[in-house]
Design a protein around this ligand. Structure first.
Ligand code: ADP
Ligand code: MG
Length: 241
């Protein structure tokens, strides 16, 4: 088997007395779609912050194509092919949709013209091309999420990390988003996806990781993981005694 695209070895992050991520280890191979599930506060977003460099690990190793990236700042990891969305989509409201997408493209292109062409292409992919000239502050929630994905795609990632990008979307918006991700996956993109919508996890992920209190409590095929009592309890709720 080829060397993993991403390898996470024994990674922890402490915030004061709180172990937000607790000795997490897993590997991601090129072309995989891996889902991350777990209750609120489980450490999912912190794990993404560790992978993309917004937060430094307290211990452990993060490798991208074998190279240790623990100390690389986010823009350097972006240039190595790691793209991400943020759970709270905060576009620069005063800039246009196109300009926001261009910010992603500038990770790789310093030419304004090239960045603009790249940004327009990703806006078309996410279905926002007709909003390109509008201010980002005018977008609906679903459009803001699509812009967040467009900005991440504009960095031309090999590996994209999506943090609850389906939250608050209606079923037809979810279906449209999944169709886009499938198309990108078919073109070779690798996905690490934090997702609360278990239907999406079941239909899209080849493997699922469960986080709870910062630690991995399960990893495996979606059908096995989603049948775990701890997962059913967390998502469906405990039956009244
Ligand atoms: N920068 C930070 N400083 C202090 N505590 C943090 C910080 N970021 C996250 N946490 C805490 O770490 C825990 C995990 O948070 P988070 O990774 O956002 O969980 P999830 O995304 O699974 O809901 C939470 O208790 C949260 O309050
Ligand atoms: Mg989160």
């Amino acid at each position: 088997m080829n060397a993993p695209l991403l390898s996470v070895h024994d990674v922890s992050r402490r915030f004061g007395g709180l172990l937000a991520v607790d000795r997490v280890s897993f590997e991601l191979h090129a072309g995989e779609v891996v889902g991350i599930i777990g209750p609120n506060g489980a450490g999912k977003t912190t794990l993404f912050n560790l992978l993309t460099g917004q937060v430094a690990p307290s211990s452990g190793e993060i490798r991208l194509r074998g190279a240790l990236v623990n100390r690389l700042p986010p823009h350097r990891r972006a240039r190595l092919g790691m793209g991400r969305t943020f759970q709270i989509a905060r576009p620069l409201a005063g800039l246009t949709v196109l300009e926001n997408a261009m910010i992603g493209a500038f990770a790789r292109h310093s030419s304004l013209r090239v960045a603009e062409a790249r940004a327009l292409r990703v806006l078309e992919e996410v279905g926002l091309a007709d909003r390109a000239a509008d201010r980002a502050g005018e977008l609906t929630l679903s459009e803001r999420r699509r812009l967040e994905v467009a900005r991440a795609l504009a960095t031309e990632p090999d590996l994209i990390l999506l943090d609850e990008v389906m939250a608050g979307l209606n079923p037809s918006e979810v279906a449209r988003a999944v169709a886009l991700y499938r198309a990108l996956h078919q073109r070779g993109m690798t996905f690490l996806v934090i997702e609360h919508n278990l239907k999406v996890v079941r239909s899209f992920a080849g493997r699922v990781i469960v986080l709870d209190h910062g630690a991995m409590i399960g990893e495996g095929r979606p059908e096995d993981i989603l049948a775990m009592p701890a997962v059913i309890e967390a998502y469906v709720g405990r039956r009244p005694a």
